[in-house]
Design a protein around this ligand. Sequence first.
Ligand SMILES: [Mg+2]
Length: 147
Amino acid sequence: MNIFFDVDQTILGMDNSLRPGVHETMSGLKEMGHNVYIWSGMGIRRETVRRHGLECYVSGLYQKPLYDYVERLEELGLAFAPDFVVDDDPQVVSAFGGLWVPPYYKQGDDNGAMKRVLAAATSFATNGYSDDAHFRARGDLRPLVRA
Ligand SMILES: [Mg+2]
């Protein structure tokens, strides 16, 4: 699968710290044969990826659409759609399918979200579904709440 991670408040806090578990989850996904991409509404985040040593997992960096999500992929240089996204913005998760993560603001905020990402992506890749309450299939607009 092509798995896309958002940056701000998904893997990166407002204090520029990396959410715990990001290395383990990205390397686990890569080992299982998935492609990991990083995208951001703030543009191409090469510096963030370099600073936190994530280059070895990442197959590409893209700008994330902030509206008309699916329709604007081609305009933003994406020749393929994500199979699974990880984002703190519920709308992005509903548009593409994937796992919503509660926003990560600063060091010490950890809530085990990255472990849930690995489990949900693995389940989705295998069964086409995850029973994680934060999982949404593409186009599923049911509201997301913390659980
Ligand atoms: Mg975000």
